[in-house]
Design a binder for this molecule. Structure first.
Ligand SMILES: Cc1cc2nc3c(=O)[nH]c(=O)nc-3n(C[C@H](O)[C@H](O)[C@H](O)COP(=O)(O)O)c2cc1C
Length: 393
C-alpha cells in the first residue's frame, strides 16, 4: 500500500482535495460539514466548485447494516477513540467504535452515554478479550449488553463464547482478522462483519499480509461483508478498497490526527511529522498484552534499544494517568489524560502517515474523503462510458 501511494504525498494531492487547518489550528466552523451533499462547508466554498460529480452517492450494503450513511469507519483505538471522536465521525455520516480495551464498565457507560447525548445515530464498542482479565471482560460485556450498543468489534485471539454471547443479546459482531484462516474461523464462530487488517496498519497488527493481497484472499470466500483496514487515509484509498470488494474503509491513524481524538498532542504531532519509513513492527511493547503481539509504531528510544531489554528490565514507571502508573515497555500510548515521558511510549502509527500532514477535524477529513472518492468514481465512470462509445464507433 505504501509503495503504491508513494506519489501521493500531502504536497501533490489532487487539486480537488480541500485544504485542511494547520496543525494545532482551531476546528472552526467546518467541524460539522454538510457531508450529505458533498459540498464544502461555507468556509471553503471558494476552493471547490460543486459539480455533477458531487452528486455521486457512495453507500454499500454494510452502511445499512451498521446504520451509517457512508462507508467510512473509525477504528476502535484503545484510549484514542473516545466519545468526542466517535461523535464527530458518527455525526459526519460514518460509523465509529469506542476503543474500550481493558476499560472499566463505568467508563464504557460514561462514554456511551456521552455519545448518545450528542447523536441518535448508532455506534459501536471495541473490546479485546485476549488482552483483558476474564472478570473485567465479563463486566465490559455485561455493560455493552445492558447499554444495548448496536455493534461490538473484537480483535486478536478469537473468543467464540464472546461472539455467541453478544449475538444472543442482539448485538452485531464485527471481527478484525489478519489472515484467510482467521477469517474462516471468525465466520464459523458467528461474526457478521469482518475487518481485513493489512500489515500496513497502525497499532497491534494481526497478520503479515499486505491489505490488497488479504482482500483478494478474504473477499471471495466471505459470506459476510468485509471491511478494509491498514494505511488508509484518503478518497483514492477508499475507491481502491471498494474496487477490491471491501464494503468500507476502516481508519485509525488518520482519525487519531484530529482535534477530537483522545491521543496526547505529542502523539498527534509525531504522526503529522512522521513518514511510513519511520514506522516499524515490534514486540517490544508487551506489558498489558499476551506475549508475542506485534505492534506498528514510530521508531523511538525504546525501539532503538536505548532503554534496555524488555525481557530482563525491572519494571520502570515512565508516566502516570490519574494515579495509574505507566510502565516502560507497556502498550499504553500517550493520551490527553497522561503525563510522563511520551517519547518512550508506544507511538502507534500506520503506513499511511505520509499522507497525514495536518491535524484535521474528523468530520472535515471524512467529508474530504467522500468528496474525493465521489470525484474519482465519477471520472472513472465517465471514462468507461467514453471508452464504450469509442469501441462502438
Ligand atoms: C493508536 C491506535 C490504537 C489502536 N487500538 C486498537 C484497539 O484498541 N483495538 C483494536 O481492535 N484495534 C486497535 N488498533 C488497530 C485498528 O483497529 C486498525 O486496524 C488500524 O488503526 C488500521 O490501520 P491505520 O491506523 O493505518 O488506519 C489501533 C490502532 C491505532 C493506530
Amino acid at each position: 500500500m505504501s509503495d503504491k501511494h508513494a506519489h501521493r504525498s500531502g504536497e501533490d494531492r489532487p487539486r480537488h482535495i480541500p485544504p485542511t487547518p494547520p496543525l494545532g489550528g482551531k476546528a472552526g466552523a467546518s467541524e460539522h460539514p454538510d457531508v450529505k451533499s458533498f459540498q464544502e462547508p461555507h468556509t471553503r466554498e471558494s476552493t471547490l466548485r460543486p459539480s455533477r460529480r458531487d452528486r455521486v452517492t457512495l453507500s454499500t450494503p454494510v452502511c445499512a447494516l451498521l446504520g451509517c450513511d457512508y462507508p467510512i469507519i473509525l477504528a476502535g483505538m484503545g484510549g484514542v477513540s473516545r466519545s468526542e471522536l466517535v461523535t464527530a465521525v458518527t455525526r459526519a455520516g460514518g460509523f465509529g467504535f469506542l476503543g474500550m480495551v481493558r476499560e472499566p464498565a463505568a467508563l464504557i457507560r460514561q462514554e456511551v452515554e456521552a455519545v448518545r447525548r450528542c447523536t441518535t445515530r448508532p455506534f459501536g464498542v471495541n473490546l479485546i478479550p485476549a488482552a483483558t482479565e476474564p472478570a473485567l471482560l465479563e463486566q465490559e460485556l455485561a455493560a455493552c449488553i445492558e447499554l444495548g450498543v448496536s455493534a461490538v468489534a473484537l480483535f486478536w485471539d478469537l473468543s467464540r463464547e464472546t461472539v455467541a454471547r453478544l449475538r444472543q443479546a442482539g448485538i452485531l459482531v464485527v471481527c478484525q482478522v489478519g489472515s484467510a484462516d482467521e477469517a474462516s474461523e471468525a465466520v464459523s464462530a458467528g461474526a457478521q462483519i469482518l475487518i481485513a487488517q493489512g500489515v500496513e496498519a497502525g497499532g497491534h497488527v494481526r497478520g503479515t499480509t499486505p491489505l490488497h493481497e488479504l482482500l483478494q484472499q478474504i473477499v471471495p470466500m466471505s459470506p459476510v461483508p468485509v471491511l478494509a483496514a491498514g494505511g488508509l487515509v484518503d478518497g483514492q484509498d477508499l475507491v481502491d478498497v471498494l474496487h477490491a470488494g471491501a464494503q468500507a474503509a476502516v481508519l485509525g491513524t488518520a482519525f487519531l490526527a484530529s482535534p477530537e481524538s483522545f491521543a496526547h498532542y505529542y502523539h498527534k504531532k509525531r504522526v503529522v511529522d512522521g513518514h511510513a519509513s519511520d514506522t516499524l513492527i515490534t514486540e517490544t511493547f508487551h506489558i498489558n498484552w499476551p506475549m508475542g503481539a506485534p505492534v506498528r509504531v514510530l521508531r523511538n528510544s525504546v525501539t532503538r534499544g536505548e532503554r534496555g531489554t524488555p525481557s530482563t528490565a525491572e519494571p520502570t514507571i515512565i508516566g502516570s494517568e490519574m494515579g495509574r502508573p505507566i510502565y516502560l515497555f507497556s502498550t499504553d500510548s500517550p493520551l490527553r489524560s497522561m503525563t510522563g515521558d511520551f517519547e518512550a511510549m508506544a507511538l502507534y502509527a500506520g503506513c499511511g502517515i505520509d499522507r497525514i500532514r495536518t491535524l484535521t477535524p474528523a468530520g472535515t477529513r471524512l467529508a474530504a474523503i467522500m468528496a474525493d472518492a465521489a470525484h474519482i468514481l465519477f471520472d472513472e465512470r465517465t471514462e468507461q462510458i467514453a471508452q464504450a462509445g469509442r469501441e462502438k464507433s
